[in-house]
Design a protein around this ligand. Sequence first.
Ligand SMILES: NC(=O)c1ccc[n+]([C@@H]2O[C@H](COP(=O)([O-])OP(=O)(O)OC[C@H]3O[C@@H](n4cnc5c(N)ncnc54)[C@H](O)[C@@H]3O)[C@@H](O)[C@H]2O)c1
Length: 410
Amino acid sequence: GVFIMINIIGLGYIGLPTALMFAKSGLKVVGTDYNANLIDSLKEGKLTFEENGLEDLFKEARSNGIEFKTEYQKAHTYIIAVPTPYLKDSKKLDPKYVISALNNVLDVCEKGASLIIESTVSPGTIDKYIRPEIEKRGFIVGKDVHLLHAPERIIPGNMIYELENNSRTIGADNSEIGEKVRGLYSNFCKAEIVVTDIRSAEMSKVVENTYRDINIAFANELAKICRTDNMDVYEIIRIANMHPRVNILQPGPGVGGHCISVDPWFLVGDYPDLTNLILTARKTNDSMPRHVLGRIRDIMREHDIKDISKVGLYGLAYKENVDDIRESPTLQLLERMDEHLAYGVKVYDPYVKERIVDHQFMNFEDFLNEVEIIVIMVGHDHIKNKMSLIKDKLILDTKNICLLEGSYKL
Ligand SMILES: NC(=O)c1ccc[n+]([C@@H]2O[C@H](COP(=O)([O-])OP(=O)(O)OC[C@H]3O[C@@H](n4cnc5c(N)ncnc54)[C@H](O)[C@@H]3O)[C@@H](O)[C@H]2O)c1
């Protein structure tokens, strides 16, 4: 058959844009996913999620001949970008998707192939689970196949720009193969690409997200302290940040998404005796939806509103201007309410076009007509541009984007 340069396994938020970038840069690319519906829709030219600039990139990649298949291909380079969740009880990484994708690849790969794990993994995963799996199959790593780790840093909403402009890390067993893969990524990545060992690549990725989590937790803890004694956390952070060596982040309703709220657990799971700060930060951020719930209760009491169905949550996504709802603070909040048998709260998100939760509205005006309290959970541009429409409501603004007088804050 045709010689295939790169076979990308897993065409989700990370795998798809990466595949398209490689194809755009002129390489022969086949994207493989075991989800047949997803492959069908990509073949028909339909994208499976929304992202700035993705439509244009998709067109270019298609005109460059990118293919989508459910079958794994004979290739010299594989990029594995499948999910890496954590086990809810032990908090350790669950490598089952990576291992199953790896085995499918080993069934077809050519001698000398490079297997690049792009999925985020906890430090040591590649040596503990991936390498032995390859050896079990009779392959010698470094001879029959090369094993690498190339973690991803892109943020939904700005993925295309960041794929080209973020620096990246390549973890490899030796610098020769590391340099080769650096060359490969530099087909689209214009920023610095660092080559290091696999363990350092694994650890630095998890450390980056843990750093973010801890810094967000600090801002959230300040918000709680300030609320207790009626201090303005935003004013305090603004002033503190004028100090030349202080840069406090903004508080919010919690942390969602598939990186920051997940990766620190890998360290907690693997080093339970050494992760006090990291665990506390995780718990602090996870406590924010409950804090928001407390604020909703405050406002309901103050205005003698007894009916929870008069409350509307604006935003289901985990961050502004995207449709990704995974682990989002709003979903966490709804779960909390569920535990307290508080049903009926209304929900609206302009980016989420499918009905995902109960009492979800598809039309902003209908949503507004039904509620007295609006809780801004996500700072979508959509609501920033529609503040005049909500000026007669009670507003709980967890993102500090609303300038309307009398709006409640975190
Ligand atoms: N989403 C992000 O912003 C982001 C950022 C950096 C890193 N990451 C990491 O990248 C990895 C992928 O995340 P994602 O958000 O793209 O996940 P995703 O759930 O959007 O996509 C994963 C895809 O892999 C497919 N898949 C799973 N197992 C497969 C198999 N054995 N063979 C073929 N296809 C398979 C699924 O059908 C799915 O389409 C994760 O490790 C994640 O932690 C994600």
